[in-house]
Design a protein. Sequence first.
Length: 200
Amino acid sequence: MSPRSASVNEELRRRSRERLLQATVELVAERGYESTTLGDIADRAGSARGLVSYYFPGKRQLLQSAVHRLMHLSLEAGLEREPRTADGRERLARAIDAILGLSHDQPVLMRAHMAGILQAQGFVQCVEQQRLAALLRDTVERYGSSDVDADYPLLRANLMGAVFAALLPGAPMDTGKLRAELFQRYGLDREMGTPPEQGP
């Protein structure tokens, strides 16, 4: 039996990593962050427990990578849904709705993610975060930004602030009001995008 090629091994590693990320999303959404162990995640993914440590330095980094992947997939789906559009304002509206939609659809998961970002380890820069950033940067550019390097971090901060406000225990803000504020800030029409309450 001949050994597997490097490309086959790379594909197997990618799939294994994605199964771990998906299992993390599912388990944290079901049980919460504290009640989810790395062993639980490996078991749900059908992976050896040692693989979790091979790919991720710890549970917090694994969670951030998993949420960044989910955000990227949700954003990509929102931007590419029919009817497809190249209009920068429509794409920005869809981006805002996709991220706010996660706070509406996945509150336990997103709350755990925001809590992790505010801890000492802070914001994890990972492959999944880089993909998400590239998609948001492209959206800002299509929107017509003349300074993407300044406008992208501001959009990211505005979105994170809105998600935090929507999920604040004891004093959550209505996602409709947060959406209206962001749409006004960016000069977007209310009819653009798909409000989180309406789904895709």
